[in-house]
Design a protein around this ligand. Structure first.
Ligand code: 7TS
Length: 408
């Protein structure tokens, strides 16, 4: 199958809009959230128009249809990450909630005072703060794999940290700022060798290249639908069955129980044990449709396209005097280009680019410690996805030259 960029762009109605009359949108903020194709919008609308009902509770036709759609979506998402069984795929609200779920259940039940968790300096706040909170409660130790000047993880330091006998190694497969794609498989192997469990933050990896939980042998994987062309409000946690079965439930309420008495309850089987209350049903349907959509195009083709666009973007950005792009070279980098422009605040860069319809994000991108490491308060960040074009990059570059002119 060939990668037909023109066709793909037609699948995304929002890419046809103008930000202001005569100013077409150049969307370069897919790392924050991806745009949604018609396949996802239609699946969610069809669910509400024809099949809306609460799940797992009714015998009527609509309730059965809704339940089937919800569970079929789970199967699609589980297949998307090559999970052995859909029972291992728990719906959450997003990556953040998936990580919090592991912190509140497995970690809270298993870790004791003095136990060590290894994280990295490039983590998103959602893979830092849950551990800060638990560390304060349980007197845990947190150590961080350093990031090198080029934006790679220092694996020699990682090996040294492993000698301290950590219980968990939790890290991102791809940085949302540097774009660094970490050697997850090898890092997981080393963690296991040291007797630790592993949690992979897949928020930026699962949308952009094929992630196979069995090949990685990862214990937990967290990701969000909205970054892979699905809706907001839903994400997933994958876990190994033995771990999930041994973990206490997370939130209490309807659906997560097998039986309830006035003074006791018995938790439900997997995956329902972790899904309390009426879930995001339409969103689950949209999540499944998004996985189908990406699979239909092919994750390898998507990754190859992003690689080409990112390589082009790096080449063009680096030729602009005063621009510094953070993170490794194209060999180790996904579709993210965070940069500074000498003498101009990143927010001003983003604001002026917006006048030309170019949407980039500015700030610390929820990775403040990483920015502190590089001694900068913020960066402007352009990010790419399957629908990004070379023309998008050209418009970005033209915009940056305008910013330079504006600021003299
Ligand atoms: N982990 C990484 C690596 C991320 O990039 C993000 C979101 C999250 C976790 C949290 O995902 P959520 O769906 O739970 O919010 N990153 C970004 C970003 O870079 N700009 O906006 C959100």
């Amino acid at each position: 199958m060939t990668f037909d960029l023109t066709r793909i762009r037609k699948d995304f109605p929002i890419l046809q809009r103008e930000v202001r009359p005569g100013v077409p949108l150049v969307y370069l903020d897919s790392t924050a959230t991806a745009q949604k194709p018609l396949a996802v919008l239609d699946a969610m609308e069809a669910y509400y128009r024809f099949s809306n009902a609460n799940i797992h509770r009714g015998v009527h036709t609509l309730a059965e249809e809704a339940t089937t759609l919800y569970e079929q979506a789970r199967e699609k998402i589980a297949r998307f990450i090559h999970a052995p069984s859909p029972r291992q795929l728990i719906y959450t609200r997003n990556t953040t909630e998936s990580i919090n779920l592991v912190a509140h259940t497995w970690a809270r039940a298993s870790l004791k005072s003095g136990d060590l968790i290894i994280l990295t300096e490039m983590e998103h706040h959602s893979n830092l703060v849950p551990w800060h909170m638990l560390a304060a409660e349980r007197n845990l130790r947190l150590e961080f794999i350093p990031v090198t000047a080029e934006g790679l993880l220092d694996l020699a330091e990682y090996q040294k940290l492993l000698e301290q006998g950590p219980r968990l190694v939790s890290f991102t497969q791809m940085s949302n700022v540097l774009g660094t794609i970490n050697p997850a498989k090898e890092m997981i192997r080393l963690a296991h060798q040291a007797g630790a469990l592993t949690l992979l933050d897949g928020a930026q990896s699962v949308p952009h290249f094929a992630v196979d939980v069995q090949e990685l042998d990862v214990d937990f994987l967290a990701f969000s639908a909205h970054k892979l062309c699905g809706p907001t409000g839903i994400g997933a946690l994958y876990g190994k069955t033995t771990l999930l079965e041994a973990m206490p439930p997370f939130l209490g309420g309807g659906d997560m129980i097998r039986e309830v008495h006035l003074r006791s309850f018995k938790p439900n089987a997997l995956p329902y044990k972790f899904e309390a209350g009426t879930p995001a049903i339409a969103e689950a349907v949209g999540f499944g449709a998004a996985c189908d959509y990406l699979t239909g195009i092919g994750m390898a083709a998507i990754a190859a396209h992003e690689h080409e666009i990112t390589a082009y973007a790096l080449e063009r950005l680096e030729e602009i005097p005063g621009v510094k792009v953070f993170g490794p070279g194209i060999k180790d980098k996904g579709g993210v280009a965070a940069f500074t422009l000498e003498g101009v605040h990143p927010h001003d860069v983003a604001q002026i680019l917006d006048q030309d319809g170019v949407a980039v994000r500015a700030g610390h991108h929820c990775a403040q410690p990483l920015h502190e490491k590089f001694n900068i308060p913020a960066t402007s960040r352009a990010s790419f996805y399957l629908y990004s074009t070379r023309e998008d990059v050209d418009r970005l570059v033209e915009g940056i030259y305008k910013v330079k002119k504006y600021f003299g």
